[in-house]
Structure formats: structure tokens, C-alpha cells
Design a protein. Structure first.
Length: 277
């Protein structure tokens, strides 16, 4: 058995990513290993930028471990690549919240005609947190399902009151895999501890001819039902068809021969919606 086989995602986990735009990985390294990385990051006199993995070589052990390679193959297909662009975010106590944003396309790794991909998984961000991230330490906030839409949420809304947001409070050593186009933001650090996050970028190199995860073809009806019915962040009723179509198309683009057939359903017929008080 290949080392990464036991870490491949299953159909429901891939559907979760298509629906929500993120997946969390718990790395198997001991606490001492993450503590050492935190200490080395703390001792850096400046930000090494793309060379953060040279300054802290243990990071490459994290990003090359089968526990991450399995999910990455599942989402990006075989032969995916790692971009040269890397970045360490140092969130000091007292740091304020960011506005909602998508990471930009104006970096060398994405200057080959890369555009937003609301119907595909072409690139993912992988964020590593060497320390536990509590709610007051500036955790990453994200809007589940927002990778399917190009339009911005209310970028001035605080991360404390945006409906259906997800605040990524995480265990030490966690990896947060994000669809590149998801709307996200760093939140305020009101603790007395620095919160580090190291970000790597991975890209699909070829289209998949078949599912590259632990796929069971007998799950097709179940998965199609989930893509049509599961809720992420609330969207306008008029956008539900578009959302479901993009979900199904994304699945089909990464599944190859494991494709699903999208059928239009008239969701407008029936009882009038009840007013919300």
C-alpha cells in the first residue's frame, strides 16, 4: 500500500470541501516538534518571505507528510505541484481584524493565466499553525461556500457578526486547507501570545481522468443529494440553482469518469416562504 493511501479523502470528505471550501488536517507530529517550530519562528529577526522553509527546515517535513499529501492528491489530482510562494503571518497581541478578502492572483506562481475557479479546484492554500489557536488569538475566519462566488461579502462587516462565518479555532499543529478563492480574514488577537501561521500554495498540474481519492461509485446518488441540499453560508434563494450547479460542476471537473448528472429542479414551486422575524 502506498504511504498516502490511508490518508486519501473519501467521497463525503471531498463533497464537504466542494460544499464548504475547506478541510482540516491534524498532523501526527508530537507537541515538542511544533513547539520547536514556534520557537524558531519567534527567533527570526525578519520575515524570510518565500524562503521561510529554508529558515525553518522542519516546515517541509510538515508539508511533505502523507497526512497532507493524501488530501492534496484527493483535491488536486496526482502530480500536483508546490509553488515557490510561501509566507509566514505573525499576528501580534493587539493586531486588528483584516477585512474579508480573497488572496490575490498577482504572484509569480499564478501569472500563467490563472483566474478565479468557482467550478474547479485548481489551487489550494494550506495554512499551518504551530500553536493552539484559541478564539482570542486571531484565528482565521472564513465564509463556508464563498469560493463559489466572485462577488465580495460585506467587506466592512466585522468578523464577529457575519452570519454563518466559521472561526477556525484549532489544535496545535493543525493544517487548514482552503480553496484558493474562499473569502477569509485574520481576526483580532486580543490574547497575550503571538499567533503564527505559515502558508504554502499548491496547484493542480493536470486534469483528472478519474477520482484520485477513495471513491465509491455506489455513492453517486448520495453525493448528488448532498451537493443539492447541504447548506454552507446562507445565500439568496435566487442563487441556490447557481450554487448547486457550480458544486456539481466542480465535482465533475475533479472526478473525471466519476461525474454526476446535474438535473434542474423547480425549487420555487410550493409553499410561500415564511417571513423571518
Amino acid at each position: 500500500m502506498n504511504k498516502i493511501d490511508k490518508y486519501l479523502l473519501n467521497d463525503d470528505q471531498v463533497a464537504d470541501f466542494v460544499i464548504n471550501g475547506y478541510h482540516i488536517v491534524q498532523t501526527p507530529f508530537p507537541s515538542k516538534f511544533h513547539d520547536e517550530i514556534y520557537s524558531k519562528l519567534n527567533n527570526l529577526s525578519s520575515n524570510p518571505g518565500d524562503k521561510i522553509n529554508i529558515a525553518v527546515s522542519e516546515l517541509d517535513e510538515i508539508y511533505d507528510h502523507p497526512s497532507l499529501r493524501g488530501p492534496l492528491q484527493s483535491l488536486l489530482g496526482e502530480g500536483y505541484s508546490i509553488a515557490e510562494h510561501r509566507h509566514c503571518h505573525k499576528n501580534h497581541p493587539g493586531t486588528r481584524s483584516q477585512i474579508w478578502h480573497q488572496d490575490n492572483l498577482n504572484i509569480p506562481a499564478l501569472m500563467d493565466g490563472h483566474t478565479r475557479s468557482p467550478d474547479h479546484i485548481k489551487s489550494v492554500l494550506v495554512m499551518y499553525y504551530p500553536q493552539e489557536v484559541k478564539s482570542n488569538m486571531g484565528p482565521t475566519a472564513l465564509i463556508p461556500g464563498s469560493h463559489l462566488f466572485r462577488s465580495a461579502p460585506d467587506r466592512n462587516a466585522s468578523q464577529g457578526n457575519f452570519r454563518d462565518q466559521k472561526i477556525a479555532t484549532l489544535k496545535e499543529g493543525s493544517l487548514l486547507i482552503l480553496h484558493y478563492d474562499i473569502w477569509h480574514a485574520g481576526t483580532a488577537n486580543t490574547s497575550n501570545k503571538i499567533r503564527y501561521m505559515v502558508k504554502y500554495l499548491f496547484e493542480r498540474k493536470k486534469e483528472s481522468e478519474k477520482p484520485t481519492w477513495n471513491h465509491n461509485s455506489s455513492n453517486k446518488a448520495h453525493i448528488l443529494d448532498r451537493l443539492e441540499r447541504d447548506e454552507a453560508a446562507t445565500v439568496q434563494r435566487s442563487l441556490i440553482h447557481k450554487r448547486n450547479f457550480l458544486r456539481t460542476k466542480m465535482w465533475n471537473n475533479i472526478a473525471g469518469k466519476g461525474s454526476l448528472k446535474y438535473k434542474y429542479h423547480d425549487k420555487w414551486a410550493g409553499s410561500w416562504p415564511e417571513p423571518k422575524m
